[in-house]
Design a protein around this ligand. Sequence first.
Ligand SMILES: C=C(O[C@@H]1C=C(C(=O)O)C=C[C@H]1O)C(=O)O
Length: 366
Amino acid sequence: MSDSSNAPLDLAALRQRIDTIDSELMRLISERADCAQQVAHVKTADDPDAVFYRPEREAQVLRRVMENNPGPLHGEEMARLFREIMSACLALEKPIKVAYLGPEGTFTQQAALKHFGHSAISLPMAAIDEVFREVEAGAVNYGVVPVENSTEGVVNNTLDSFMDSGLHISGEVVLRIHHHLLMSSVTRQDKISRIYSHPQSFAQCRKWLDAHYPHAERVAVSSNAEAARLVKTEWHSAAIAGDMAAQLYGLDHVAEKIEDRPDNSTRFLIIGNELVPPSGTDKTSVVVAMRNEPGVLHDLLEPFHRHRVDMTRLETRPSRTGAWNYVFFIDFKGHIDQPDIASVLAEVRGRAQDMKVLGSYPVGVL
Ligand SMILES: C=C(O[C@@H]1C=C(C(=O)O)C=C[C@H]1O)C(=O)O
């Protein structure tokens, strides 16, 4: 390495090796795409209306990639590459159509692309219930909606939409949420007196704002992407939004990663029409209605405890109909096809006024 006269020769040799590897990679990816196409033909031979996309199979592929990854690339990075290869392979048959809580540039769009890859067609919707409606109407294959944030808690609109819907959960995706203070080319950085953002983002950056912009007016808008759009024309305004919105509207960073908690993350759900077979590492979500009587919470939780089922979340929502007094949203590890899970659910159903399985789905891989 000390002999610098060798460097150009080494560089040329290395580049030649990379070119050879790329050709081989291309041949292998094409062979894989050809295989995936053949799988699609097998599926349609059995059933002309077969869905090509298989969430449980994709989760297995990605888990295998992460387990077998030899490095030096990080496992998640390698899985992201395979995520895109699978997405492109699937799109050869028919690109998957996904509705998400818009507008363009939201974290929900970022979650949709993280889950389905960039070959999916993603369509922005104005509200969470519109995402549900679009999937129910069959206009899209899947929907993506936020369900909980590690700092701010549950997204009530999403839980409420499940109460009225027959849709199932077919997946989850967790996204690290980084907020930035952004300005446009017309903003005068020393004169920022108004900051636009979504109320959840303001809440997630409250301490930072109190410390750095205590006197700026905080204007709540319907999404971070909308906030980013607004600052394009206002010289005294800035926006709090994420990378996607910053890129979409060509904004510059005044300050990066201003969220109060470094582990700030949001969990999104994928909603669709089908129940998903087991992938090996799954989660189940149910909604249970109980009478408003003493001891109901204990009655509800006791079977989970006795069967040693690992509960990952419990949310309570007030019922919106007279018949449902208390509504609990419960997430736990396992799949409804497993006998132990089936017996817990049978017991819970016996104690509840009503119970609906929202879905069993692969634990988020990426
Ligand atoms: C190829 C298949 O169909 C689709 C494509 C996949 C892939 O490219 O690996 C995986 C699952 C499906 O979404 C399959 O079911 O195996």
